[in-house]
Design a protein around this ligand. Sequence first.
Ligand SMILES: Cc1cc2nc3c(=O)[nH]c(=O)nc-3n(C[C@H](O)[C@H](O)[C@H](O)COP(=O)(O)O)c2cc1C
Length: 477
Amino acid sequence: MDHTSQSPAIVQGGMGVAVSGWKLARAVARTGQLGVVSGTGIDSVLVRRLQDGDAGGDVRRALDHFPLRSVAAAVIERFHQPRGRAPGQPYRLLPRPRHGESPHRSAWSMVAAFVEVFLAKHGHDRPIGINLLTKVQIPTLPTLYGAMLAGVDVVIMGAGIPREIPRALDQLADHRPATLRLDVTGSDPRSEVRLEFDPSHHFDPLPAPLLRPQFLPIVSSHVLATTLARKSNGRIDGFVIESPSAGGHNAPPRGTLRVDADGQPIYGDRDTADLAQIAALGLPYWIAGGQGHPGALAAARAAGAAGIQVGTLFAFCDESGFSDALKRQVLEHVLAGDARVRTDPRASPTGYPFKIVEWNDAAGSAPDAHGTRHRHCDLGYLREAYALADGSIGYRCPGEPVESWVRKGGSIEATIGRRCLCNALFAAADLGQTRPEGTTEPPIVTSGDELRTLGTFLRGRTHYSAADVVSYLLDGA
Ligand SMILES: Cc1cc2nc3c(=O)[nH]c(=O)nc-3n(C[C@H](O)[C@H](O)[C@H](O)COP(=O)(O)O)c2cc1C
């Protein structure tokens, strides 16, 4: 997908936070398929890696190539701890994202996305993509711009309706100011609040124009694909069509939410995208969710798709960013046959169903086993903006401490079952915060339903590489 070569057959799904980091994306790209980094929370990923010492020097090597030298120097000076953190020492935090934040704050997202894409592209000439969650709005523009400064080839975005991204990509490629609408709960719909990002606040003079990456929205229905194709404010280059079996966040079922005996959302026929209608839009598409087995690629192509997007199989490979201990545990429980994936309609503060890996926990080893998680909200990526009586904007998250959410006008009911997902996902990538009482934030592991069949792929192996996944998927294609 370098605009001259053919589309890739396999897209490695973007997996946040830091699960599809540069190591995974690069390993996949080297096999000739599309490697995708996650841009979610990437600014905090960068500063935590530096505080952990940046062993091997990769982050600092990438920073050496960042065009704004003073920004790169400031990042290293403020956050690099050559010997890593002392035992019990918490990570230093960045200010949480907010509307109207200073160019100085936006620069952290920009430089972090640059580093991730730069490293993913290093050592080969294959394209690299970046994945962002549409719902996490505030860091989007500087993250996209930083990724584009590193030459990102594809932008893939789901979890929301990314209607305004195409034009923003055009603008950023020419270093023009770009804006996106910020959703503000309770605000007057007539007074739009816009997020703004202006490259000229960072560069003088402006550099040469950048490559405008291809844009692939992730959708779960042909209705949304059609709306995006017709009503986006610029060029869309294709779609990822994701079914509810995919890992991470899922689209909610259409209509009234009904749950099964385990409290999982029940999906029906109306939740299956009509591929013929999507094909009629004339754009290439990749099918995601439950495609991680031999034969899936051939079947997808026979149905008119350009290929498949796969996450779960890649999520537990050697190059993925999940902590080694968690990967080992998950694979052990898959082999023992007691790993389960539950679709939790409440866990994510976004309101989207979110898949969580669980297993029988006699030894107390399951992530998040005892419900000991405390609510913190010190990362703040999933906070919603809401209108305050004086016309200004506040921020709140149903996963934050209940009293503070209620003080901000939220209902108690909205907090039930919600998890402090930002902290939990950083913890799963070995970037969990150390708390004053000496504990480390407990992780949550997400996966697609296909985890159930991972045993068939493992054939007794206790670990495997991204290249093993690609050969398996190409088998028989
Ligand atoms: C661990 C994990 C994290 C994920 N995180 C994201 C994410 O941050 N953004 C996103 O668009 N999709 C995310 N996904 C979905 C994948 O990109 C991909 O579409 C999906 O995994 C494909 O289905 P499969 O899991 O059956 O292979 C995630 C999936 C997994 C397994």
